[in-house]
Design a protein around this ligand. Structure first.
Ligand SMILES: [Zn+2]
Ligand SMILES: [Zn+2]
Length: 343
């Protein structure tokens, strides 16, 4: 079958031939309908330092999808051919301490589809039954294929109470924008969003930000809150300077959820910004299985506009390169690929 692949080390992705898949006894074979292009796919395309260290070609890329169950292994009980499903792309080992205590999102031996094992940028993808998510019929395909990034945003927001809280969102990429929508729908008192890009700031307003700023500074943020700083910082930028500034804007006793990945080590004034302020910091990796998925589904049932405005490009799978270019230029928020014509 034809798939979007990294066939050899180097920049780019191409349409290549990969083997047909047969599900193992506990696996589900999914006929892919729609996929989302993620920042991760862009890293793989651009063949940056992370990709060089992690990706072993040949590899089918992609981890954000929705599709229809085509076939199941003999031991599978929860889904049947014809069911519409998405799936958690992080496959924990199931044996380590984290996996056995409900924390498989931080399993050290995780296999990620489209990163470590065959991904979903293909007409078919295989996942263990335990990673399959049956999608509510009220959630359209375009949104159902984006549970993965939406779940990142949900996990970041839900790591602490947000109802009635004053929140600073640093970085308005797609996941930051989703986080603004979730915090708004979840009853935040005030949302201050920061991004240097004016287009992203416009999206931030659309998603429910009360105030948008080019950059954050402690004095201005204090003036915008009535609590000597924000209750909650959602750190989505991964930018070293923005991260330090963000920490400075949090009130004493506040909470920080950190999702954006900095390219190197960062330097935070630990005594003044963490210890003496008594802040709590949550590192956010992936989605909690499956608490986050249940939260995503219930939010999307009630608030269908949390994803829709962010889908800027809908393309046939063979035009994926256009999508990646739109992401590189900053024109795109979310690019969705259609696989109906792939078979
Ligand atoms: Zn993703
Ligand atoms: Zn594990």
């Amino acid at each position: 079958m034809q798939a979007i692949m990294k066939t050899k080390p180097g920049v780019g992705l191409e349409l290549g031939e990969t083997q047909n898949l047969t599900p193992g006894p506990r696996d589900v074979l999914v006929r892919v309908k729609k996929t989302g292009i993620c920042g991760t796919d862009r890293h793989i395309y651009e063949w940056d330092a992370w990709a060089i260290g992690r990706i072993k070609p040949p590899l089918v890329a992609g981890h954000e999808f929705v599709g229809i169950v085509e076939d199941t292994g003999v031991a599978v009980q929860s889904v049947r051919p014809g069911d519409r499903v998405s799936g958690e792309g992080h496959i924990g080992c199931g044996r380590c301490y984290c996996c056995r205590t409900g924390q498989s999102h931080i399993c050290d031996h995780v296999d990620i589809i489209g990163v470590d094992i065959q991904g979903c940028f293909a007409p078919y993808v295989v996942l263990p039954e335990s990673n399959i998510w049956k999608v509510d019929e009220n959630i359209p395909d375009d949104q159902a294929c984006l549970f993965d990034p939406f779940g990142n945003a949900m996990h970041t927001v839900m790591a602490q109470p947000i109802s009635g809280k004053q929140i600073l969102v640093m970085g308005c990429g797609t996941i930051g924008l989703m986080a603004i929508g979730i915090a708004h729908a979840g009853g935040a008192d005030k949302i201050i969003a920061v991004d240097p890009n004016p287009i992203k700031r416009e999206y931030a307003v659309k998603m429910g930000a009360d105030v948008v700023l080019k950059q954050a500074c402690k004095e201005e943020i204090r003036d915008l809150t009535d609590r000597e700083g924000v209750d909650v910082l959602l750190e989505m930028s991964g930018n070293a300077k923005a991260m330090v500034e963000g920490f400075r804007c949090v009130r004493n006793g506040g909470q920080i959820s950190s999702l954006g990945i900095p390219s190197g080590d960062i330097s935070i004034p630990w005594a003044s910004e963490v210890i003496f302020k008594g802040v709590t910091i949550h590192g956010i990796n992936g989605r909690r299985m499956f608490d986050t998925w249940y939260q995503c589904e219930s939010f999307l049932r009630r608030h269908p506009q949390l994803i829709e405005p962010l889908i800027t490009h809908r393309l046939s799978f063979d035009r994926f390169e256009e999508g990646i270019r739109a992401m590189q230029s900053g024109d795109a928020c979310k690019v969705v690929l259609d696989w109906e014509d792939a078979r």
